[in-house]
Design a protein around this ligand. Structure first.
Ligand SMILES: Cc1cc2nc3c(=O)[nH]c(=O)nc-3n(C[C@H](O)[C@H](O)[C@H](O)COP(=O)(O)OP(=O)(O)OC[C@H]3O[C@@H](n4cnc5c(N)ncnc54)[C@H](O)[C@@H]3O)c2cc1C
Length: 415
């Protein structure tokens, strides 16, 4: 009987297990996870911290017992410390050998960079369920009037939102010159910023934080921002160290091919711990998104079971709802080209075109069109026929997009 291991049971691990079980009905599947909980959605952590979602609601696939029963999994609640090229797994408690395939799906941790000194009890991270619970409990038991959110990221904005809703005066601090620097053009970011300023959120950009302590944050130039609480939201670090002894190729994460296999045969990786193909650059990159983790996990699971499957890759994209606004960034905002701007009723769109092709787009206030535009952009990057279908054009018009916008990105004129 074949025997497989999945290390890490989040979105990537769960979808890996599901695909593996579908294609290998009789195999033994060992799932190693150290969270002590069912697969959790980090996307819901801020809603839990805000008190908007109860504990049970942050596990989208159900309880661990039900999942284990349905997919016939052996759940091993241990921390993996090492994986060898011979596919031996060492945990904090035991050694497990002779796997036919291993999927690393250990995700990422919130990043605390080495240059930053963090001391005291008033600083927080936002990635795991424990992070969300710790922040909630602190807000419930302390008087918090002011907070600094370090990182003008998608996570940072959600943390700012929950603190603001709790009556806290929030300052978003970032070393970058504007919000969402990877996903937003400066003009879109500044439009979002001014809306947030109207709501009372303050900003400090081009401001590198060097220390966090009980008093708040200290900047590299010695200036201080006093605050009752600090939340660090400056990105993530892939959990890949357990794979280093196996000799797999690791960049910022485990480098995988289109089958999600690493440079060592039989060892696969999926989700936030891997670098899959970025369709826009053709290179490998971490694309830390929920749906991407699920698709990569499913692809890895099928290939582990011997069913040849390819995952073509993904583009950078962000779809975030905050403070009753929504921002969608599709594609790499730093790609050069001609900028075009369109404004509709209560929304604005900015996009970059190059040689007649859409390269990236920012949508502020009209999330309903994001699916069509992502599909269109992805198709163009895959080199497929890129004219919008009549149904897509119709939907874009229905959602208020002007005809010259539709024609510009690849929809033939109706006239
Ligand atoms: C606040 C927030 C908001 C987000 N919003 C969005 C959004 O709007 N849209 C979107 O697409 N994405 C969003 N994301 C990102 C998305 O949640 C992640 O990309 C996705 O959950 C990654 O899933 P994963 O399975 O790779 O990793 P994870 O969910 O991190 O799961 C990894 C699992 O591995 C376990 N593990 C780690 N190391 C070990 C070890 N050594 N031994 C055993 N077990 C181990 C962990 O305990 C964990 O259970 C957000 C993330 C956050 C934090």
């Amino acid at each position: 009987m074949k025997k497989y291991a999945i290390i890490g049971f989040g979105c990537a691990g769960y979808n890996g297990a599901k695909a593996l079980r579908a294609h290998a009905p009789d195999a033994a599947i060992h799932v190693f996870d150290n969270s002590g909980a069912p697969p959790f959605s980090p996307m819901l952590s801020t809603y839990h911290a805000a008190g908007k979602l109860p504990y049970e609601a942050v596990f989208p696939f159900g309880t661990l017992e039900d999942i284990a029963k349905e997919l016939k999994l052996d759940i091993i609640g241990e921390t993996v410390v090492e994986v060898s090229a011979e596919r031996t797994i060492t945990t904090d408690k035991a050694t497990y050998e002779n796997y036919d395939g291993i999927l690393l799906a250990t995700g990422a941790d919130a990043l605390v960079p080495g240059f930053l000194t963090c001391t005291g009890e008033k600083w927080f991270l936002m990635r795991t369920l424990k992070d969300a619970q710790r922040l909630r409990s602190y807000l419930d038991t302390h008087t918090v009037r002011t907070a600094a959110v370090v990182g003008g990221s998608m996570v940072g904005i959600k943390v700012a939102e929950l603190l603001h809703a709790a009556g806290v005066k929030v300052t978003i601090v970032d070393a970058a010159p504007y919000l969402f620097p990877l996903a937003a053009y400066r003009s879109t970011a500044e439009a979002i910023q001014s809306k947030l300023e109207e709501k009372g959120v303050a900003f400090a950009f081009d401001a590198k934080v060097s220390a966090i302590d009980e008093g708040g944050v200290t900047f590299a130039d010695g200036a201080k921002l006093e605050s009752d609480l600090v939340c660090l939201c400056i990105g993530t670090r892939a959990n890949v160290d357990v794979l280093r002894p196996s000799g797999v190729n690791i960049g910022r994460a485990v480098v995988v091919d289109e089958h999600m296999e690493s440079s060592v045969k039989g060892i696969y990786a999926a989700g936030d711990c891997c670098e899959g193909r970025n369709l826009q650059t053709g290179k490998t990159a971490i694309i830390g998104l929920w749906a991407n983790a699920g698709a990569q996990g499913a692809c890895a699971g099928a290939n582990m079971a011997g069913v040849h499957t390819e995952y073509h890759g993904n583009i950078l994209h962000n779809i975030t709802h905050f403070f009753d606004m929504d921002f969608i960034g599709l594609g790499d905002a730093s790609v050069q080209g001609e900028h075009h701007r369109f404004a509709g009723k209560n929304f604005s769109i900015e996009l970059v075109m190059d040689e007649g092709h859409l390269k990236s787009v920012n949508i502020f206030g009209n999330y309903k069109i994001s699916g069509i535009l992502k599909h269109h952009l992805t198709k163009q990057l895959l080199g497929a026929e890129s004219t919008l279908t009549p149904a897509q054009r119709g939907l874009l018009e229905q959602h208020g997009l002007p005809r010259d916008f539709i024609e510009l990105i690849g929809g033939a004129s109706h006239d």
